[in-house]
Design a protein around this ligand. Structure first.
Ligand code: GDP
Ligand code: MN
Length: 382
């Protein structure tokens, strides 16, 4: 889950990284009030979850309230790289001498956090990585050991920092590592970390944040994240997580319940030849009556569903119990939607009987294609 810039800046502030004075505005009136408190000039920054925002026109300096009104109005009505702007961060304008880059990410090859720094921060960092790799230095951390100031200083010496600046930057970098590890981030980045023309705030300011948290870690994170999760996570996917299945919300109208990722994918692919899946749902092991009842509840939450296909296999899984859950749901909710089931393995005959008692169309062949064809027939696609 990617955080907004202002959320990341709040986190930086909470660990003692110097950040600008700022406020978040949801309207031009808000922006005027915040700017009035901070004092002009201020920088208006569109809060959108996309890179290259500055180059796309999402970061603007304004000198007066009149100018703010005009530019804020433009930003709120514009789209930045196709995304609507619902919030602006209004910041004091930093008097920039130099822009550094500091970032920590997970290196896919070594599986370790890698700390990357450069003297060429700013909006062209990707280009620097290609054209002047010598201006970038990196360090692979041992996550069990951590990342300490002496290592940060060693790294920063490689890009030519020394003395006071070296000490201050090393301090920021260690704090950034703390954010990275405490939030189980995939990326924690300050670009640019600016060196100011004056000595204010120790001469450094983190004026942008990129933080992306590993979705699998969200439940472990204590910070004010619950409401952020509500905001970002799809409510159906959250319910899937709560009942212990993998549910992915898709754009179509054919519901899927499968008892394995491969089975689910194959079902989706075949459906995709003519229709569009409404979801991917994989029950994992442990089929029970209760679980399949809840799966039906979840799949049926999708509006405008046209049909459901159940594709389950029971090695040791008691699929007949699962079928009981499905049929109980159908009867309790008077479901009239066409439902096709292919259920093979452990107790299959009994499973088919139970499904039939709930009006489910059972396909007894070991062929997902046949089951999907049956579904195409039922919804009049063949
Ligand atoms: P990004 O494009 O989404 O990475 O947005 P940033 O917040 O990094 O801003 C892009 C660029 O705008 C920075 O690299 C700076 O050059 C410039 N910028 C942003 N804030 C300030 C500021 O307070 N003062 C000055 N002088 N420039 C700024
Ligand atoms: Mn940036």
């Amino acid at each position: 889950m990617r955080l907004y810039e202002y959320e990341g800046i709040d986190i930086f502030e909470s660990v003692g990284i110097p950040v600008p004075r700022r406020g978040v505005a949801e309207s031009t009136e808000d922006a005027l009030l915040i700017a009035g408190e901070i004092g002009y000039p201020v920088v208006l920054k569109a809060q959108v979850l996309v890179g290259g925002r500055g180059l796309a026109g999402g970061v603007k300096t304004v000198e007066t309230p009149d100018e703010l009104e005009e530019i804020s109005g433009n930003l709120f009505s514009a789209e930045i790289k196709g995304l609507p702007v619902r919030k602006l961060m209004v910041c004091e304008k930093a008097d920039i001498l130099r822009e550094l880059y500091m970032g920590i990410t997970v290196d896919g090859f070594s599986g370790k956090p890698v700390v990357v720094v450069s003297t060429e921060g700013g909006v062209h960092i990707e280009e620097t990585a290609r054209t002047s790799p010598d201006k970038i230095a990196s360090f692979y951390c041992d996550p069990a050991f951590g990342f300490y100031p002496y290592q940060a200083r060693m790294l920063l010496r490689h890009i030519g920092l020394s003395e006071r600046l070296l000490t201050f930057c090393a301090d920021v970098l260690v704090r950034l590592y703390r954010v990275f590890s405490q939030f189980e981030a995939l990326i924690a980045e300050i670009n640019p970390m600016v060196i100011l023309k004056t000595g204010y705030q120790g001469g450094l300011l983190a004026i942008d944040s990129v933080i992306e948290i590993d979705n699998s870690a969200l439940s472990r994170i204590q910070y004010p994240l619950p409401q952020m999760i509500d905001r970002i996570e799809n409510p159906l996917e959250r319910k899937g997580r709560e009942i212990g299945v993998t549910y992915v919300d898709l754009g179509g109208d054919i519901g899927i319940i499968a008892s394995g990722a491969g089975l689910g994918m194959a079902t989706m692919d075949i459906i995709g030849q003519r229709l569009r899946p409404a979801n991917f749902l994989e029950t994992g092991g442990g089929i029970t009556e209760e679980l399949l009842y809840k799966c039906m509840e979840l799949v049926m939450m999708k509006v405008n569903l046209r049909a459901i296909i159940i594709n389950i296999y029971g090695g040791i899984n008691p699929i007949h119990e699962g079928a009981r859950g499905v049929v109980r749901y159908i009867k309790e909710h008077n479901v009239t939607l066409p439902i096709v089931a292919k259920a093979l393995g452990n107790h299959q005959e009994e499973t088919w009987e139970i499904f039939r008692s709930g009006g489910v169309h059972v396909v007894t062949e070991a062929s997902t294609e046949k089951a999907v064809n049956r579904l195409f027939e039922l919804v009049g696609e063949q």
